[in-house]
Unconditional design. Structure first.
Length: 392
């Protein structure tokens, strides 16, 4: 395992990429990335891995997709950033609106956390209210830290409450109870399992009745379940939606957008970032959208993801004392393990056989993953879990 740099506290700036996050207490997993291509990465020792972490879901086409790389390289040649709004900003906004009609107006950001925070600020502006309900993970910023996270003021935490996932009765009761105090309901539409249509429709109806803003945090689900994410797949549209990760195939870009009458109010608050309109990520997004449309990427993700998901169910059924369940959906799935120790062992042993497989939510497939790659991965997982079962 690579040594921690004394210059980067906590090993890395991305917490979910720490060795202890990926491999728990088990030793032997890779530490640092050297380079990547397609659905494979190479560590600092030159070892190759088939990757299912896929930059935490930020890469849907595979690393270094040629069309995206070409577009980004051209943008670099054009200067990256400038003193005026780039033409690409309007072009990508138009392309998104044509493909995702409920994004009538959009603003661009660098991270998903920024985009969702902007949606919350806008919701508070247009409603004149402060309280927010959240369901899922919405980033590290202060507004959504309901628990006692060090460094977050109690007064800020008091303005955020958790809403249970997929619980129709709780959604209806909580939104009605908070009523005219509620600015927004922000949800991840998929949290380990698919949502029921009834839950989504209840959220839509109750937020409308309460005069609150419904926000879909589609950072993981857009450009994966469908280009338009869960809203497209399930047919329930929010007031505002936040897209990120795979939208630019790993280049830093996120989007917050929605209804014109809401988005037009954004000029009455302050939401701005110097690098929100750098052209490399916008060019990458432009190319990514084209590839998704032309090559029917989401259909591919569903097909190969279903193959992986069915294989995980077969492994779990055969070894229930090691793998206690299967979580997620075809496009983003994982195994539940009997203990933290077992999950760490599986992750490290898979890595030793050349597969980087996340032991918690989620593993992601990409356009670069083929059926034969999935089948070989399942063989390695089966072998790994079987040996742990036998050892026990």
């Amino acid at each position: 395992m690579a040594k921690e740099s004394p210059r980067v506290p906590g090993f890395t700036s991305t917490a979910s990429k720490r060795p202890d996050a990926l491999f728990g207490s088990a030793a032997g997993g890779p530490g640092h990335l050297a380079h990547s291509s397609g659905c494979r990465i190479w560590d600092s020792a030159g070892k190759e891995y088939v990757d299912y972490v896929m930059a935490l879901g930020a890469v849907g086409l595979g690393y270094g997709h040629p069309k995206v790389s070409f577009a980004a390289t051209e943008a670099i040649g054009g200067g990256v950033v400038g003193s005026l709004p780039p033409l690409l900003e309007a072009e990508v906004a138009e392309r998104l609106a044509v493909r995702i009609p409920w994004l009538e107006r959009v603003r661009f950001f660098k991270t998903g956390a920024e985009a969702v925070a902007a949606a919350v600020r806008l919701a508070r502006l247009v409603t004149g209210r402060d309280l927010v309900l959240g369901c899922g993970y919405h980033g590290w910023l202060d507004w959504c830290q309901g628990d006692a996270v060090a460094g977050v003021p109690k007064a800020t935490r008091a303005l955020f409450k958790e809403l249970p996932f997929n619980d129709v009765a709780a959604a209806r009761a909580t939104i009605r109870e908070l009523g005219n105090r509620l600015a927004a309901v922000v949800i991840e539409p998929v949290v380990v399992v698919e949502p029921s249509r009834e839950w989504l429709e209840t959220l839509r109806a109750e937020t409308t009745q309460a005069g609150a803003v419904l926000v879909f945090d589609e950072i993981k689900t857009a450009f994966r379940l469908a280009i338009g994410g869960a809203a497209e797949r399930y047919g329930v549209h929010p007031d505002l939606a936040c897209l990120g990760k795979a939208i630019a195939n790993g280049f830093p870009l996120a989007v917050m957008g929605g209804k014109q009458e809401l988005m037009d109010q954004i000029v009455h608050t302050w939401i701005s970032s110097t690098l929100a309109t750098e052209t490399v990520s916008l060019a990458a997004a432009n190319a990514t959208i084209r590839v998704y449309q032309k090559e029917k990427v989401c259909e591919h993700l569903h097909r190969v993801g279903t193959r992986l998901l069915h294989g995980l169910h077969a492994i779990q059924k055969k070894h229930p004392h090691v793998a206690t369940g299967v979580g997620g959906i075809a496009e983003m799935c994982f195994l539940h393990f009997a203990s933290e120790e077992i999950s760490a062992q599986v992750a490290v042993q898979c890595a030793k056989q050349g597969v980087l497989f996340k032991r918690t939510a989620y593993n992601f497939v990409s356009l670069a993953h083929e059926e034969k790659t999935i089948d070989r991965t399942l063989e390695i997982l089966e072998d790994t879990v079987s040996r742990i079962q036998t050892h026990e």
